[in-house]
Design a binder for this molecule. Sequence first.
Ligand code: NAP
Length: 507
Amino acid sequence: MSDRSTHAAVGVPTPRVAILGAGAAGLCMAMQLQYAGIHTFTVYEQSDGVGGTWRDNTYPGAACDVPSHLYSFSFAPKTDWTRKFPEQPEILGYFESLVDDHALAPHLRFGTTVVAATWQDEDATWDLELGDGEHVTADVVVSGLGQLNRPNIPDIPGLDRFSGTTFHSARWDHDHDLRGERVAVIGIGASAIQFVPQVAKVAEQLTLFQRSVNYVAPKPDRAYRPWERWLLGHVPAVRRAYRASIYWRFEARFALMRKGNRLGRLLQDRFGKEISAMVSDRLPAEALVPDYTPGCRRILIANDWYPTLLRPNVEVVTDGVAEVTKDAVRTVDGREFPVDTIIFGTGFRTTEFLSPLRITGRDGIELDEAWADGARAYLGVSVPRFPNLFMLYGPNTNLGHNSILFMIEQQVAYIRALLVRMVREDAAAAEVTRAAMDRYDAEIVALAERTVWAEDCHSWYKTDSGRITNNWPDYTVRYRRRLRHPVAGDVRLTPRAAVRQPDPASR
Ligand code: NAP
């Protein structure tokens, strides 16, 4: 952990900030701390590089469904995107470039997992336990772990007996050659619709075990023409206007997330009619036609999905998977599909948030305990009884309609402003009040109830009991407004003078 330094503007020590994760969120926080003159931070990253999800997800075809020019930070724009929708290597390259551009290297600690964080009330600090048993002290912890970092591999009976190869889409086995193999893909969501068309080109036989049907819309993607790249690279006003036009077009799509909206019904009808033309004995309606309102699960975009389903070497199976045998996948209706490799496109353990990191707040309360009936956080960022702990891309901050980088920027700006205030007022701790948390939570629950996510469809946006823990249930401009103008008194600051000062020799 970096030592304390003195904030140049006010002459008081700046907090030691531990940032967990060097993905988009962690990097954004680090850059903004540099801008704020708080250089006493360390970014702990378990892998050996930055990029988070864009480092983990290297599956063939990995790309983003948010247009390129909206998919960089507004204060550090990438100006030379090569295509309208960015692909994984270009996105990862962008995040890697931020390290040098913002002099972050001395702050990055790779190959380091934080396994536990414990609040120490007596001196208002966090004790962090690292994977190798080392302990470090921080004044503030910012989690940049996000929602999509723990692959979900279902507990399918017999999986341990399977003699072939298995891997998850977020841990792609690039050393394994799929050419000429019989491949099963279990779970068809945002990731699978990107890698399945690539796998179908090389596998001898590809069997897709699809439990829920997706809405897949055309992807208006292409490479930028040389003159477009020149214009966007050299005329900032054009680039800013273009970025804003993308943002507002996407923002308008939240209307589709409102329960009972007419546009959704129209789209469902139109999609159903168009896709029904593809229905055949090989591709029955239950493999093609979603039975829920558009937006209830993420609406996907791809141009090669339906052509892939029509390939002779591709089969869609809609019956549930019952078990895996030594060399086959068996469905609940008793059919057996011999396979060499199983790829899991089964998404992530999204509702567990910071787990398996063990976080203990004031009076020994564990975060798991505080979240026993579903994760919740004030503004998606903080939790009562967990002072100086801030989350990025935390509960109820995911989107189904716009760029998550926008949300991360708002959270980072909010935390930065709070930390600067703590420095200015020489506060040792900041903690959201219980009353503020309860009021905010009631608002979120009421807003979420008015969205299509609350309807009867299965998605990773909610817990098994139906609480919508992942998505922000309103326009993102409203989220921005809340974080830019927080309610006075919602967060309580503890003056440093009220906290016992530790012996400097112990630091
Ligand atoms: P996902 O969208 O959650 O899809 C996982 C799929 O696996 C679901 O359809 C799920 O079906 C199915 N599944 C889970 N357990 C299963 C089981 N035991 N048997 C059969 N099917 C099972 O996961 P993902 O595709 O990895 O995407 C996750 C998120 O990552 C996306 O929603 C998106 O936010 C992000 N992502 C973004 C992009 C992008 O372009 N920006 C690209 C890829 C991913 P049920 O729904 O029925 O459970």
